[in-house]
Design a binder for this molecule. Structure first.
Ligand SMILES: [Zn+2]
Length: 351
């Protein structure tokens, strides 16, 4: 079964490598763009692949290849703010516009990734978890990763509210699978149950979670943020604690939004009043959160819903609070596809 799935995946990737250069060539793109209207991808960048503990992520080399491709092919690197203003004002953007954002606020994102964007003179909106930078806490999802990566156990049994799960964590593949599975289960818990389950997970793993984030989960500090701001990086709020807003009480959800914004205003000169929903899936936020953002005068918000922004959308006021984003692909062919008309056609088909 696994072999069959791997073969299908390999065939899909090979086909993509062959077809994408033809479909994204200038003559084909010119014709397709005329029929499909205007669309802009917003890429979200997360953590870099690191030798210690974090095995999934992008490499600096790949990010440079992506930015080199955009520069050499005449793409316009525009800011998230310019995209939102264009949407709201029904204005146009330069042809072949692409937007970049980065989520969370870990130290290597500031030291390495942000520097690459500065090197390419590419606008970047950096969404940060403000309590993490204030060193009040470190995010629950990072704690799950740290526990799984640092326990000396080779298997884990955890009692969930409805079931007992048993997971093999004897090698890096099984640890990755377990980490993903636990995070998916924990995402569905409310705030109180989540704290209790993190404690139970740590207990099962026989490990005590440090109160301050250990490497490689350390956040950047405000001084670094201020120096990046001076070099053109735009900071924006990604909540105070990274808890999923729809799982919180109204009061707490509102505090995650306004509290993180107030902190950015206090610490920085020119933060961008655009919110980024923690984890950002369809049910992680809703009309309640959108109304809080609206009341507080936010320009918009980004989600993790896949897709591209349609500049010809009639309902810009609504779209601006649920902006779709594409997680920066590890494959160059898929990245090129995402920057082209093909992704817009794909999205239209799925609507
Ligand atoms: Zn995040």
């Amino acid at each position: 079964m696994l072999l069959y799935r791997d073969t299908i995946e390999l065939m899909k990737n090979t086909l993509r490598e062959l077809l994408v250069p033809v479909l994204t060539s200038r003559p084909v793109s010119a014709i397709a763009n005329r029929f499909l209207g205007r669309s802009v991808p917003i890429f979200s960048v997360h953590r870099l692949e690191q030798e210690v503990n974090i095995t999934t992520g992008i490499t600096p080399k790949h990010l440079r290849n992506c930015l080199n491709y955009l520069r050499s092919e005449g793409f316009q690197l525009v800011s998230l703010e310019d995209l939102i203003q264009a949407l709201l004002n029904h204005a146009t953007l330069p042809d072949k516009a692409v937007v970049f954002t980065m989520d969370d606020g870990y130290i290597e994102q500031a030291d390495i990734t942000a520097s690459i964007f500065i090197e390419f003179d590419c606008p970047l909106t950096f969404f940060v978890i403000t309590d993490m930078i204030d060193q009040v806490m470190w995010p629950w999802d990072a704690q799950v990763s740290w526990i799984i990566n640092n326990t000396s156990k080779t298997s884990l049994s955890i009692e969930l509210p409805d079931e007992l799960i048993h997971m093999d964590i004897s090698d890096s593949d099984s640890r990755n699978t377990a980490r993903q599975k636990i995070r998916d289960i924990f995402k569905e818990l409310d705030a109180e149950a989540l704290s209790a389950m993190i404690r139970r997970l740590a207990q099962a793993a026989g490990i005590a979670v440090p109160s301050i984030a250990p490497p490689p989960y350390q956040a950047l500090n405000w001084q670094t943020a201020r120096s990046l701001e001076q070099k053109g990086i735009r900071f924006a709020p990604h909540s105070r604690t990274h808890r999923i807003l729809s799982k919180l009480s109204g009061e707490s959800a509102r505090e995650e939004i306004t509290g993180s914004w107030q902190t950015l205003q206090r610490e920085l000169s020119n933060p961008l009043k655009v919110f980024c929903y923690p984890t950002g899936r369809l049910f992680d936020y809703g009309p309640r959160e959108i109304s809080y953002l609206h009341e507080a005068g936010f320009l918009g918000a980004t989600s993790s819903l896949p897709g591209v922004v349609d500049l010809l959308n009639d309902d810009a006021e609504q779209q601006v609070y649920c902006l779709p984003r594409i997680s920066l692909p590890n494959s160059m062919a898929y990245f090129i596809q995402c920057c082209s008309w093909i992704e817009h056609a794909n999205r239209n088909r799925s609507l």
